[in-house]
Design a protein around this ligand. Structure first.
Ligand SMILES: *Cc1c(COP(=O)(O)O)cnc(C)c1O
Length: 225
């Protein structure tokens, strides 16, 4: 599908006016589509699958900032550590340990977001409130040398009940603000990644400063090809 330039500019202006950063979610989309958006000036792209991300990294412009937004398995961190810009889905201490190890090997710092489970669906990954506090304490005590916790990420329930979605985002913002106060040492903690094509307006209302938008930019995904 060709990129809709007007739609992109309209969204971008809206996000700029709200001081929100756009991550264009390009999973399952071909390189031509990514290149087209790149040519309009987009630099931040999000992918969910490690192999797909590696292939795209190798063939597309090196100026792209690649966000890993999917569920990351520990044994796959090594494939993306050398180039990934931000890992959104950190949901365990063990995963963070592995990211730190691979970052060290690559002599770099890897920026991460902790993923919080805010939706009702069982299928969505992430930490609950207690696990978040636990991991924050552990990180504070151990002070990883090669990872930085830039903030939190979450996905709301997939539902038409917009009040429910709003409540979930509000809850995540509250956790974000609370943790901000008892900060993890040396971590910037400035990014709150929430909002997708169907709920970005609510997410921004509720305090998001980074949205992950796929189908609104690239069209619906077709997983069968
Ligand atoms: C696919 C995906 C998105 C984008 O979804 P759209 O509804 O196409 O905007 C955002 N975040 C995550 C974690 C995703 O997996």
């Amino acid at each position: 599908m060709p990129i809709n330039e007007n739609k992109y500019n309209e969204l971008l202006n809206y996000f700029l006016s709200k001081k929100v950063q756009l991550v264009a979610v390009s999973k399952t989309k071909p390189n031509e589509d990514i290149q087209a958006l790149y040519d309009l000036g987009q630099r931040d792209f999000g992918e969910n699958y490690v192999q797909e991300l590696v292939d795209k990294f190798e063939t597309l412009p090196k100026e792209i900032k690649w966000h890993f937004i999917g569920h990351l398995q520990r044994n796959k961190v090594k494939y993306i550590a050398s180039f990934v810009h931000l890992i959104h889905g950190v949901d365990s201490y063990k995963l963070l340990e592995e990211i730190n190890k691979q970052a060290k090997k690559n002599n770099k710092i890897i920026h991460c977001l902790l993923q919080i489970h805010i939706a009702q669906e069982e299928t969505k990954f992430g930490l609950d409130e207690n696990e978040l506090m636990e991991i924050a304490n552990k990180i504070s005590a151990n002070e990883f040398s090669n990872v930085l916790i830039d903030g939190l990420m979450g996905m709301a329930s997939f539902t038409d009940d917009l009040e429910k979605v709003r409540t979930e985002f509000r809850f995540l913002k509250k956790l974000f603000d609370n943790l901000n106060q008892h900060s993890i040492p040396n971590s910037p903690f400035t990014i709150l990644s929430m909002g997708m094509s169907s709920d970005y307006k609510i997410a921004i209302d509720e305090g998001s400063n980074m949205v992950r938008i796929g189908s609104l930019l690239f069209g619906e995904r077709n997983y069968s090809n």
